[in-house]
Unconditional design. Structure first.
Length: 186
């Protein structure tokens, strides 16, 4: 496992007292364990959600990592999620929560009303040691079904995310295909 907390803090562009928008596309949609000023659905362009990141600290262990979401660059696509307007103080907690390979990047966030703001997003790139990479949705479901970590079973993460996406009226074929395969295993 690589702990990215120090990297994120060293590269931080946060200004004390100045709120910033944060984009969530995985557990940040449904597990909101931080204070926020405002939240609303948003999208980022040229990225897709994929279960290609290993979780050694939440939904798996160092010896048996689970699989969690990250973003993969894909020109012409978009990823829907939830944006949170937060104060810089929450990033101490979030940097710890997202420490297993996730780095903060700046990106434009697009809202339903047509407005756009610059925001932050955590992405685990393929350069991090916890990156598991692509696999078929059936293989990912099998992996998820067998994984558990300190934050609970890996399947809980997937099912919570799928339910949260449906509440947002978001279609995500990758997530829903993994969910179908996972439910067929039961």
């Amino acid at each position: 496992m690589i702990d990215t907390q120090a990297i994120n803090q060293a590269q931080s562009t946060l200004v004390e007292g100045q709120p910033v928008w944060l984009f969530g596309y995985g557990s940040l949609i449904y597990k909101v364990d931080f204070d926020y000023i405002e939240r609303k659905p948003a999208r980022i362009d040229n990225w897709v959600r994929r279960f290609w990141q290993g979780s050694h600290d939440h939904r798996g262990t160092p010896k048996a990592p689970g699989r969690v979401a990250t973003l993969i660059e894909q020109p012409g696509s978009s990823c829907m999620g939830m944006a949170y307007k937060v104060t810089p103080e929450v990033f101490g907690h979030l940097d710890h929560r997202e420490k297993n390979g996730y780095l903060r990047f700046e990106t434009p966030l697009h809202f339903a009303d047509g407005t756009e703001v610059e925001g932050l997003v955590y992405i685990a790139t393929e350069e991090n040691v916890a990156f598991l990479g692509p696999a078929s949705e059936a293989d990912i479901a099998q992996h998820i079904a067998q994984s558990v970590g300190p934050s609970g079973p890996n399947d809980e993460y997937l099912l919570e995310l799928a339910a949260a996406l449906r509440k947002l009226n978001v279609e995500d074929e990758h997530v829903f295909a993994i969910e179908r395969h996972l439910l067929a295993l039961s």
